[in-house]
Design a protein. Structure first.
Length: 143
């Protein structure tokens, strides 16, 4: 907690100290004060310390112990990223029907072919997209 708020070299500093999050003076200067608060506030090793107001400090008025699931729900919302462009390689189209070239057997997808033949899905995907010549001893293409 202290490093996230006060150490600019900590990997999470930008989400805590870099945003102005701090630890109240009572807790910062006196660990026993924090420990006493934690014990009376329901500390359990299975729970996590959560700030009720995500923009507020670590202080007795703004902290509680919650499950990991509840803690995840209290995170700041991130801006939605634009969708990635779909790949035109074999991996981007693995839901389409594929053909085993040697005998013309058609499978509804590369996943189905790999399951039925006991192959790893990436082997079929690599064969379709040209990263390897064969998978399971067969050549593959989209139907």
């Amino acid at each position: 907690m202290k490093r996230r708020c006060y150490d600019p070299w900590h990997r999470s500093y930008h989400r805590y100290g870099g945003r102005g999050i701090f630890i109240c003076g009572e807790w910062l200067c006196d660990f026993h004060s924090f420990r006493d608060w934690a014990i009376t506030s329901g500390f359990d090793p299975a729970l996590q310390l959560d700030r009720i107001d995500n923009n507020g400090p670590y202080s007795p008025e703004n902290c509680r112990f919650v499950t990991h699931r509840v803690n995840c729900l209290n995170r700041p919302k991130r801006e939605a990223k634009p969708p990635k462009e779909r790949s035109t390689s074999g991996f981007g189209r693995l839901g389409k029907p594929v053909v085993r070239v040697e005998d013309g057997t058609v499978y509804s997808s590369a996943s189905e072919a790999s399951r039925q033949l006991g192959l790893h899905i990436s082997a079929v995907g690599h064969a379709i997209s040209g990263y390897r010549s064969r998978a399971g001893g067969y050549h593959w293409r989209f139907a």
